[in-house]
Design a protein around this ligand. Structure first.
Ligand code: COD
Ligand code: ATP
Length: 194
């Protein structure tokens, strides 16, 4: 079974594109979602996060996302420490998940693929792109975040122009119908390449 990475900057439309692949029968692993589940369910991770962020890491037993986000996206060392706790656990969990899938390829949706220099873990890499201002507008509409919050996350991610030469397939996501057509095309190209 081949492993395909699906990445893109914040608000590019990774999850939207991942759902389109899932509709074509491709098993999809959402790293953001699974990371959060692990941060909730793993006692080891909970304890490490409490040491790093104090008791405020959890609020009423639930991950205090707002507090953690505010802390890490303005502090590189803290962000590195958080990534160092969460990312290895996600990698282990993903490997186990893969063993349960039955398809010629699976997709791992992950925001920080190139940032983590994880290219070698994948057989193919799909990059979702959209203009920065479009991404910001989408996020302002979707979340309660401010422009400043969004820019702080973007600053911890590579620019599209740095990622484009490193990807096998680019999906430009500005028009949903065209994105759907491109997803069908990329799925076919991946199936034909094995
Ligand atoms: C800081 C947290 C609590 C904020 O939660 P929140 O629900 O607001 O955001 P969510 O996880 O849905 O991420 C939304 C987007 O933010 C960006 N983002 C998230 N984590 C990071 C990070 N470590 N570095 C840069 N950008 C990030 C990505 O574009 C991501 O798609 C959360 O993102 C987190 O726990 N991050 C650390 C784990 C991680 O790196 N996850 C991403 C890949 S495994
Ligand atoms: N082509 C599009 N046209 C209009 N809206 C879109 C399009 N693609 C995605 N959206 C909307 O933009 C927002 C961001 O999309 P999505 O959640 O798929 O991005 P993401 O890259 O997974 O985001 P994040 O990095 O925050 O996880 C969502 O509200 C989604 O419905």
């Amino acid at each position: 079974m081949k492993i395909v990475g699906l990445t893109g900057g914040i608000g590019s439309g990774k999850t939207t594109v991942a759902k389109m692949f899932a509709e074509l029968g491709v098993p999809v692993y959402n790293s953001d979602l699974e990371a959060k589940k692990l941060m909730h369910s793993s006692k080891t991770i909970r304890n490490k996060l409490k040491i790093l962020f104090g008791e405020s890491a959890y609020l009423d037993g639930k991950l205090n996302r707002g507090y953690i986000a505010k802390s890490v996206f303005n502090d590189q060392d803290l962000l590195k420490a958080l990534n160092g706790i969460v990312h290895p656990a996600v990698r282990r969990h993903f490997k186990k998940w893969c063993k349960k899938q039955d398809h010629s390829y699976v997709i791992q949706e992950t925001a920080l693929l190139f940032e983590n220099r994880a290219q070698d873990l994948y057989d193919k890499i799909i990059l979702v792109v959209a203009p920065k201002e479009v991404r910001i507008d989408r996020l302002l509409e979707r979340d309660q975040s401010t422009r400043e919050d969004i820019l702080a996350r973007m600053e911890n991610q590579l620019e599209d122009k740095e990622k484009i030469p490193l990807a096998d397939f680019i999906i430009k996501n500005t028009n949903l119908e065209k994105t759907g057509e491109r997803v069908t095309e990329v799925n076919r190209a991946i199936l034909d390449s094995y």
